[in-house]
Design a protein around this ligand. Sequence first.
Ligand code: HEC
Ligand SMILES: [Cu+2]
Length: 327
Amino acid sequence: MNRASPLLAIGLLAACSGRQSPLAPAGDQAETLHQLFLLALAVCGIVYLVVVAALVWSLMRRGRDEDRDGAMRGLNRGLWATGIGIVLGVTILIVGSFLADRALFATRGEDALEVRITGHQWWWRIEYRVGGTARWIETANELHLPRGRTTRVLLGSADVIHSFWVPNVAGKIDMIPGRRNVLDLTPRQSGWFRGQCGEYCGMQHAHMAFDVKVEEPAQFEAWLARQSRMARPVGDSRGMHGQAVFARTCSACHAVRGTTASGRAGPDLTHVGARRSIAAGTITMSRGALQGWIAQPQALKPGTSMPAIPLAPADADAVAHYLAGLR
Ligand code: HEC
Ligand SMILES: [Cu+2]
């Protein structure tokens, strides 16, 4: 055995917990799936141990003299035991998965928060419904959820098939063009988690992730109220300059509510400065990262639908300053 193997094993095991793992459930749906997983693991583990034990036992008896009748009786008993074992194991798995399915799709009252999420190559459009009205608040690439309350996510796609997956909170479900799939999320633990597209959707599939923040209901409401506001007016001359450059070069694809920019081809940037990462979880948010992304989107995420737009250094600096201030 080489020396790296134990290290590798530790690394692999360590990867089994954390902010993007179905083995560390932090929501009702993930908890149900985790229990089903443990049940399947137990049943299959027992079957495995019994089969190996039977194999060892028969190998040890090989070549021993025994009368034919005794051997036939033993074989018969073995076949009966196997049959009963299979029926029992399969029954346990069927009942377990039936109950898990019922738990996942149990309706959870009328007060569910409604969120519409649309998959795009390679980012997420996220819209919150304003309680019972036809108004939606748009944001992108960062999902906030109130702890202890069910959020009903309505999933769609603008182009190819994607799959919505926040492993710590719930199972995954496909986002299919022309169809609305529904998934309930009931998070129980607050904190940051990570979501990831779960269906290969093109070159930057691996960079189609998003941050998930589960927070106390009051905090969540405050966040949503901030998101619903128009962009903060720019306070300084560099910001004004940035806003003007933005309106000229970026507004065909991006919206900043409260300004003339109203493009819909890319993420809504009204409060982009308050996000935790840029370009669907690809790079950590900072003023410098914003500037880097604007200068070189094709280098950071080759194939992305955002073109590299050559800007004079002073213009690039002003745009990054402007966006970082949109909080
Ligand atoms: C042709 C359309 C298009 C133009 C023009 C465009 N963008 Fe984008 N932009 C996109 C798309 C699409 C994305 C999502 C890319 C991804 O994550 O794969 C994006 C992502 C971004 C993001 C990251 C948003 C997030 O939520 O992570 C920022 C910031 C951004 N663009 C700024 C700009 C600025 C500044 C300009 C003008 C200099 C600009 N964009 C011009 C299409 C465009
Ligand atoms: Cu994908």
